[in-house]
Design a protein around this ligand. Sequence first.
Ligand code: PBG
Length: 328
Amino acid sequence: MINLVKRPRRIRNIKAVRELVKETHLNVNDLIYPLFVVNGYNVKEEISSMPGVYHFSLDILKGEIEEIKDLGIKSILLFGLPEHKDECGSSAYDDSNIVQKAIKVVKEIAPDMCVITDVCLCQYTSHGHCGLINENGKVLNDESVELLAKTALSHIKAGADMVAPSDMMDGRIKGIRELLDKEGYYDSPIMSYSAKFSSAFYGPFREAADSAPAFGDRKSYQMDYCNSSEAMREIELDIEEGADIIMVKPALAYLDILRRAKDKFNLPVAAYNVSGEYSMVKAAAKMGWIDEKQVVLEILTGIKRAGADIIITYFAKEVAEWIREGSV
Ligand code: PBG
């Protein structure tokens, strides 16, 4: 007699079959590892709100880059903490400043590594905002774009492979693209923080980058997390202006935005698994409340499944290690 009862086939009893039908794979090639560089000598200082993440002086950075390279990680995202801050963030576009020097150090040790730089003024301004501020505390959009473009050019001239503007000023992709083209850097791509939401998940980063705004917040230039269609408009504009990779940030509370972006646009989509998302997992793991490895893999796989081609994550080294030992 034919059994007409419908039931799911038990094919997943066999591990090899599970592997065959697996739809989402984490790959070390998809990961970008963020690094914070500082002046000084022999500095490897842990960021207290982000265990496992450090400030590195350039001499120590060398060893770290070797380690990252050995793990098979091929892309990094550099953040600089300058010695000097002022009203107009002048250290950001000073050719001999910390990020520019770090790029050269990395390229010496690992010429094939993709060095991406975060382009923003907030670590460099005395007031901690991502752009210039007038006497009434208002952000001066167009004037800021000029300085951001100068910063991007300075990074590319120092040897960066790609720039990642994170400021969210209007028109900054166009400003950066035009200046890079004018100076002959047609081939240098831009990864745009296109849909960057004003988020409490950046809390630990602001300690890491010493970039908390001295007054007010970033709501006038970062996006309202209630809005999804607006994110699509922001991304569309960035693509028109010349973005090569689009980014959604943060990741976890924005998986729907990632999926919409992936379905709508034919460009690589990056997700930034930000500091707060990292620190929450670390804290819970430290308390013994979750299994860190399993949670990290589930989160990152979820981000990929939602549509991310690229994931920027402070977990990159751990994941690369797990992939290497074959446990992923
Ligand atoms: C700088 C910048 C921020 C992050 C990346 N670039 C902070 C912010 O906009 O407040 C956040 C990264 C993280 O939280 O891990 N504009």
